[in-house]
Design a protein. Structure first.
Length: 276
């Protein structure tokens, strides 16, 4: 069975990073947010630093990968650029097979309902606030159904979530004899949130509750995600949920000389390799 190197949320444009030396693996899975700009930064970085270390590379774009781009256009270009670089880009529920393991991937976005259906409207207002909400809705553009340029507001993210979730569900419903892994950038369960539970409306921009997909007969063996800058390893139903995000590194040298280490996620393991 394949060895799988798991990474996410590297943010190499904000805080440059190079993976430490390590063994070559069968499959590298990167669950989004390498950098701002899928084609300009993320895919070139993966091609330089991850492709040489893995026989196969699967990348699921995160929200930051789409900042300062027009979403459908960037994804179209990204699929071509990824293929040329030897990377499999799974952005909206596509699947690939590596050594008998089916990998299903999608950015997923969110349904804004993790705090309850009654809180969805509030969560969307908070996420979409142009001053203090999610920067995605100021820095990402999209197109409407007619192809006309349009702002990427919370209803657009919700529509993508519905589409991505439906494709994941349809794929999981198909018979498969081997292991299955789902990879999303946004988290699939409230236990992945920063505090391990819903505490405020903005939490709905980071995770949705997809327990139903992990408790059924066709549940994936593993669900890998990013977006929440905290390491996670827990079980829901039949599925192991894993996240290994680097997050931001704001370490600095003090005026008196010593190096001060400030890591957003000190539990990040740059050599996390899963052996199925």
């Amino acid at each position: 069975m394949p060895s799988i190197w798991i990474l996410s949320d590297l943010h190499i444009d904000a805080c440059p990073w190079t993976p430490p030396p390590g063994p070559r693996v069968d499959l590298a899975i990167v669950a989004g947010d390498v950098a701002d700009g899928l084609c300009r930064r993320s895919i070139p970085w993966l091609a330089e630093h991850v492709v040489p270390r893995a026989r196969e590379v699967v990348y699921v774009p995160g929200n930051h990968d789409l900042w300062r781009t027009r979403l459908p256009d960037e994804l179209d270009r990204g699929r071509n650029a990824a293929e040329a670089a030897g990377i499999t880009l799974l952005d909206s529920g596509q699947a690939c097979v590596v050594d008998g393991v089916e990998v299903i991937g999608a950015t997923l976005w969110t349904d804004y309902a993790i705090g309850g259906e009654g809180q969805r409207a509030l969560a969307m207002r908070v996420a979409g606030d142009r001053q203090v909400g999610m920067r995605d809705h100021r820095l990402v553009q999209t197109r409407d159904r007619l192809g006309t340029p349009a702002p990427f507001r919370p209803p657009a993210a919700l529509a993508l979530h519905v589409e991505h979730r439906a494709r994941i569900e349809r794929r999981l419903a198909e018979p498969w004899a081997g292991p299955r892994i789902v990879v999303t950038h946004h988290a699939p369960h409230p236990r992945s949130l920063l505090h391990g539970e819903v505490r405020e409306p903005i939490d709905a921009a980071y995770a949705s509750d997809l327990t139903a997909l992990m408790e059924g007969e066709r549940a994936p063996d593993i669900w890998i995600h990013g977006h929440v800058h905290a390491s996670r390893d827990y079980r829901v139903g039949r599925t192991r949920v894993l996240a290994n995000p680097r997050g931001h590194d704001t370490s600095f040298r003090r005026r008196d000389g010593p190096w001060a280490v400030e890591l957003e996620n000190p539990r990040f393991d740059p050599a996390l390799v899963l052996a199925l």
